[in-house]
Design a protein. Structure first.
Length: 383
């Protein structure tokens, strides 16, 4: 057989292989086994007033990815994660979102820490068609804007604030309540959701006021509230306002019980508020360490690697597990393929915070809430 015939045979075989394997290779990133390295962005507030909570959340997500990479999982996909700092600032959050979306390596995002940062960055992610799993943001409006790539782990303020309102109504009906918020998307939204439920059920609200948390001095507002003699103060704010507010309440002799949402849960609030934190009632969106074997094991693993759990680490971990599972089940290493998995009605993840499955708007169908009080300087399950 001469050289020209051999050449023709080689060309024919190559063409046949391209026809048979080409679509498969394109679909699976060029590797029949799809042993691909994929990238995920973890965006949180790593500096600024909320850095302690931000690092706690991002460390939880990191733990989920490290575990996945150490254990053989579906299609041998290795997940690289890169940390980004939004500084707890909305402009910085938009800048970070643009950087992530413009980098084609990133096929998913875990973030942000605050509702304000998430709300600001959401349009950027939506335009880029990149899936975002939110470990902490609770403002309900985020998933009411028609975005198609956002997925939320925790219950929203429309779940948590009414939970607190109904609790107070059940244990102390008619008691005067003052509502205070920090003017942010999270704090104001939380306060409004509480107020609406409380008033609908004939609760007694004696004040509804906002204050800039950056001022750090709330004595004028507290003096005004003291004159109204509330029995409870509902505070829609994060710990960077909650702690000084609690201290100044004690200084001025306002003997009301402080009630707050997840923003004031965590060791940072306890450390900064000191003795003034005692008796505070807080709702939270993750279970107690001893609530199940799964949560106990998570706390053990996390604390062995990063130290004490501050607040939102379980939610960061579950957000990481969701992304790991979605990437593992995706048909291709693409943003669109991951979104398709997250939108499937049969996509379910059993996390340390409970069962996670997403409604059409991206909210978690399951609403797990826990009530704590501060006793002897520690958050204790409220009984």
């Amino acid at each position: 057989m001469n050289r020209s015939i051999w050449f023709a045979i080689v060309i024919a075989v190559a063409l046949l292989a391209a026809v048979i394997w080409g679509p498969f290779l394109r679909q699976n990133g060029g590797d029949p086994k799809w042993k691909k390295e994929v990238y995920v962005a973890i965006v949180s507030s790593l500096t600024g007033d909320l850095a302690e909570n931000g690092k706690d959340t991002s460390n939880g997500a990191s733990l989920a990815f490290d575990e996945a990479n150490e254990t053989p999982h579906t299609k041998d996909r290795i997940i690289h994660y890169v940390m980004f700092d939004d500084q707890g600032d909305q402009k910085a959050a938009v800048s970070v979102a643009n950087r992530v979306c413009q980098d084609p390596r990133f096929i998913a995002v875990i973030g942000h820490l605050t509702s304000g940062c998430m709300s600001a960055a959401a349009p950027v992610y939506d335009r880029a068609g990149i899936p975002v799993v939110m470990p902490v943001p609770t403002n309900p409006k985020i998933t009411q804007m028609g975005y198609t790539s956002l997925f939320r782990i925790p219950p929203t303020d429309n779940d948590q604030a009414p939970f607190l309102a109904k609790y107070l109504l059940s244990v102390d009906p008619g008691a005067p309540v003052a509502v205070v918020h920090d003017l942010t998307a999270y704090g104001l939204g939380f306060a409004e959701a509480f107020r609406d439920t409380f008033k609908q059920n004939r609760g007694n609200i004696v004040a509804f006021d906002g204050a800039l948390k950056e001022s750090r001095d709330f004595r004028t507002l507290i003096a005004k509230l003291k004159a109204l003699n509330p029995k409870y103060i509902l505070l829609g704010a994060t710990y960077d306002m909650g702690a000084p507010f609690a201290r100044q309440m004690k200084e001025l002799g306002l003997n009301a019980t402080l009630v707050s949402g997840d923003g004031c849960y965590g060791s940072a609030f306890l450390e900064q508020a000191g003795d003034a934190a005692e008796g505070t009632i807080v709702s939270f969106i993750a279970p107690d360490q001893a609530s199940s074997q799964e949560t106990t094991e998570f706390f053990r693993k996390y604390e062995a690697k990063y130290g004490k759990v501050v607040s939102f680490a379980p939610l960061g971990y579950d957000a990481g597990k969701v992304v790991v599972n979605a990437i593992g089940e995706a048909s291709q290493p693409t943003r669109a393929a991951v979104i398709n998995v997250l939108k499937r009605r049969d996509f379910v993840v059993n996390g340390v915070t409970g069962k996670i499955e997403f409604a059409d708007n991206g909210d978690n169908k399951n609403k797990n809430l826990v009530l704590y009080t501060v006793r002897q300087g520690k958050f204790t399950l409220f009984k």
